[in-house]
Design a binder for this molecule. Sequence first.
Ligand SMILES: Cc1ncc(COP(=O)(O)O)c(C=O)c1O
Length: 477
Amino acid sequence: MTAHTFPVTGKSREEVLAALRDHTARDLKSDGRAFAFVYDAGEPNRALAREAFAACMSINGLDPTVYPSARKIENAVVGACLDLMHAPEGAAGTATAGGTESVMLAVKTARDFARKTRPEITAPKMLLPETAHACFHKAAHYLGVEAVVVDVDPVTFRADAADARAKMTDDVILVVGSAPSYAHGVIDPIEELAALALEHGALMHVDACVGGCVLPFMVENGEALGGFDFSVPGVTSISMDLHKYGFAPKGISILLQRRRELRDAQYFACASWSGYAIVNATTLGSKSLAACGAAFTLLHHLGREGYRETTKLMWDATKKAVAAIDAIDGLEMVGRPDMNLFAFRATEGDVFELSDRLTARGWHVQPTYAYGRSPAHIHLTLDPGNATHVDAFLADLREAVVDLPAPIEPPAQVVGLLESLGTGDASGMDAGGLMASLGIADGQLPSSSAMIHRLINAASPGARERLLVLFIGELFS
Ligand SMILES: Cc1ncc(COP(=O)(O)O)c(C=O)c1O
């Protein structure tokens, strides 16, 4: 890895900006060929967001009494989201830095609200469908709340409400449902899960991080969907990311709470030190309003009509892609999506080889490992840019699946080595050497990465986690 030192002499504006451009040259492009990471509504909207981002860059949300704009901009964005999610009178919300932060704060809310209202609970639990986003496990880990995993149906991948009921105990403080889940794009049975939570005095969080800026517009476009917002009794909080299908730059999600007393439990105040007294709605202290300001402009620029249009574009493309995949020999959908993100697998051939072939044809897809009831698959998240490329993608997919080799099981010895990483001490290991031997250079996977994915897929989740820590640790100074 290049050794970086603190620069002694300042460089010109042109030079430093050129260095930044150089660093970003190999990044994933927002060009309609990336089916993951990118949520882009086209260059005019990107340009508007860029301008708003720069205009709000110096607003510090740490203290809205000295930056009144922080309050005005956040209230406008949160208000719009409360309206979209049919929030009742008295509901409230907060702008956060992303989906993970919104989810972590929803779990903190449940924990701290239970500490106040159900003090007899000493070991709080949350009911978490197997398909819920990993950030709930992160929240469980950080906040000392045990995640009790709820089964999902092996065909639809929706949370099994009967299993949730069977696992409900007196110390459950939170029930979670996704609208929709990231991997398969399916909405959990929110009405049943929320009724269960209500019956047992638990809170209910709907993770609409990826769906919050799409599902309401699908309903407005006439699609019949299960309930997912505050009109469902028992739903107490909802997360929705404006940096996904709100099309804002990264750094903005919204956490909505049904009642203000719940948001009070989310807050953290501290006057027990010798500096300024603080009250923080989120985990950050000082925070820029840049992304929130960009979201503000996009919400007002696109309006319901604009979002309805992009939603229709993405949903039409999704239906076309799903119908095509259904008709291709050797491919099979994994679940059936309620929204424009979904999973499919290779029925006989190696799905990781298929992913390499798509990469070779210039597409970025997300190869995903088997976990629980979900087999190894390719995940696609469609944005408006993808919608205009879907025919070209499907043509390449039809070609790429022909003569796909059967999956090769990695040698047991190698898998055994990976497993030992999952539990053992890897501090003496030459992680750099391992990565170089796998062809990982300058932090990027080689264009043929099926072998790497096959290896990781064959390892247990614990060993995968340890490997990922090693890998990322190797990339950063
Ligand atoms: C359903 C869901 N929840 C939570 C998250 C986490 O969001 P973020 O990456 O913004 O932290 C994601 C991200 O894709 C998601 O799809």
